[in-house]
Design a protein around this ligand. Structure first.
Ligand code: SF4
Length: 68
């Protein structure tokens, strides 16, 4: 499975479940909301999980569907 930042970005752009962290409890210490939309990537999604990328199993599906 392809796991690179470009693909993470392309998948997140197409993903209906993309949920950037709200910084309420993730500990990322980002206190501003204005820049939150800039990093559209699975890595900034609350459903991201390092070993399989997406806890909802959407990552591979989107990669396949869009030939990413
Ligand atoms: S981690 Fe999953 S839910 Fe989040 S943007 Fe990527 S594919 Fe979508």
């Amino acid at each position: 499975m392809k796991k690179d930042s470009k693909t993470f970005h392309q998948v997140a752009e197409r993903c209906t479940r993309f949920s950037p962290c709200g910084c309420d409890n993730c500990g990322c210490s980002n206190s501003t909301n204005s820049t939150a939309s800039e990093d559209v990537s699975c890595k900034s999604c609350k459903h991201y999980e390092p070993s399989k990328v997406c806890t909802l199993d959407l990552y591979q599906e989107i990669v396949n569907n869009h030939n990413l």
